[in-house]
Unconditional design. Structure first.
Length: 395
């Protein structure tokens, strides 16, 4: 028993990425380790103008406390966006503004998970979700993903012996693997969950960042009664606002609002008002088109450099959107060992194991392409290929 801290905090995995980012901060290191949007694309002037305008027109009102559900016009904007972009009818009352979608994960843990409750995680999966849910001490049931979605046979096996509280997925341009669930896969996952007391969480911060391929229908279309949607402005506008949202049915919304009040009363009201003003005065679609143009080019540069330089037997995903791709090394080659070599060669990435439950090493790794320009991508991948050739030879 730990004397000083709660049992709850004792089992939570440390953020390995934080350690890596400390190393990757050395300017001579080309870092594919980050998970950040590209800040050269932030709409700085437009945000300055929005802040200025809202302070001039609304004054102290925007600096006051506000309600826990969030600024209603912003919630209406989100409902309208679901209608236009995805053909989903979502009532404003079912949208809760959260302090980033990361808080959405925490609130779902608070309201839905008791100790040892089964929770299905796609694997590899977003380590921030593993961390957020870990505080509520679930029994994680990992289900592997492949390039077209979840392993259906494994999910079926898992559901034979457990009725999970949640199934967590980033079905579009997944963090970390960059994969997207096909519609057939979504349909199959939904069919297995239908009628169970399980919520499917579709965490979708990257969904609007598509640079090739076809839109895939939301899980809300296949499993409307049981799907919880998480959204975020972090990747489409800026992360510093810390504005995200949860879409949930009435019965859960009531509990989420209580949990939200207990956590932080409400999300930064000034940030909500500046963001809303920004959305009123600017063309978000044009802004997103600029982002996807740049990220798409950087994805191409990375995929091309990998094809040119990586040794045979190494596989990489080719994401149709988002910020990451996933590399699988030959069996038995540790990405942690590769990491140590790569750092000596001045290139960084995130080894795969933090994206799994309870692993200390794996033969895969995540590469970020949103923050590194085309030229540095080419140089960095070449450096990585050299380190990789040494590891593959040694294995
Ligand atoms: N979910 C996923 C899959 C993410 O990649 C991230 C950010 N890295 C988040 C949630 C959290 O995003 P935010 O809190 O900024 O909305």
């Amino acid at each position: 028993m730990n004397q000083l801290f709660s049992d709850r905090i004792a089992d939570v995995p440390q953020s390995f990425i934080r350690e890596i980012l400390k190393i990757a901060i050395d300017p001579s290191v080309i870092s594919f380790a980050g998970g950040l949007p590209n800040r050269t694309l932030f709409p700085v002037d437009a945000i300055r103008e929005a802040a200025d305008r809202i302070l001039r027109t609304a004054g102290g009102e925007v600096l006051q406390y506000s309600n826990s559900e969030g600024y209603r016009p912003l919630r209406e904007w989100i409902a309208q966006r679901y209608r236009e972009r995805q053909g989903l009818e979502i009532a404003v009352e079912n949208i809760l503004i959260t302090t980033g979608s990361q808080q959405g994960l925490d609130l779902l843990g608070k309201t839905l998970i008791n100790d040892h409750d089964p929770v299905v995680m796609e694997e590899p999966g977003y380590l921030g979700a593993i961390q957020a849910f870990s505080l509520y001490r679930p029994r994680f049931l990992p289900v592997p993903v492949h390039e077209a979605g979840m392993n259906i046979d494994r999910l079926q096996d898992v559901l034979r012996t457990a009725e999970p509280r949640l199934l967590y997925t980033v079905a579009n341009f997944q963090n970390p693997a960059g994969i997207t669930y096909s519609e057939a896969n979504r349909e199959a996952v939904a069919a297995l969950l239908k009628g169970k007391r399980t919520f499917l969480v579709q965490d979708d911060p990257y969904g609007e960042l598509r640079f090739s391929g076809q839109h895939q229908r939301s899980f809300a279309y296949y499993l409307p009664e049981q799907t919880l949607l998480l959204g975020s402005f972090s990747k489409t506008v800026v992360p510093a606002f810390r504005i995200g949202w949860i879409v949930a049915p009435d019965r859960l919304m009531e509990k989420l609002v209580i949990a939200k009040q207990a956590s932080d009363l409400h999300t930064d009201f000034f940030a909500q008002r500046v963001l809303y003003q920004y959305l009123q005065d600017n063309d978000l679609d044009a802004h997103i088109a600029r982002i996807t143009e740049v990220y798409g080019r950087q994805r191409d540069a990375m995929v091309q450099a990998i094809e040119n330089h990586f040794p045979a037997g190494v596989h990489a995903t080719r994401p149709e959107g988002g910020m990451f791709l996933w590399v699988t090394l030959p069996e038995g080659v540790s990405s942690m060992h590769l990491f140590e070599q790569a750092i000596r060669d001045k290139v960084a990435f995130v080894p795969g194991h933090p994206f799994y439950i309870g692993r200390t090493w794996t033969n895969d790794l995540r590469l970020n392409f949103s923050c590194v320009d085309d030229k540095s991508i080419a140089i960095g991948i070449e450096r990585l290929a050299r380190a990789l050739a040494l590891q593959v030879q040694a294995a």
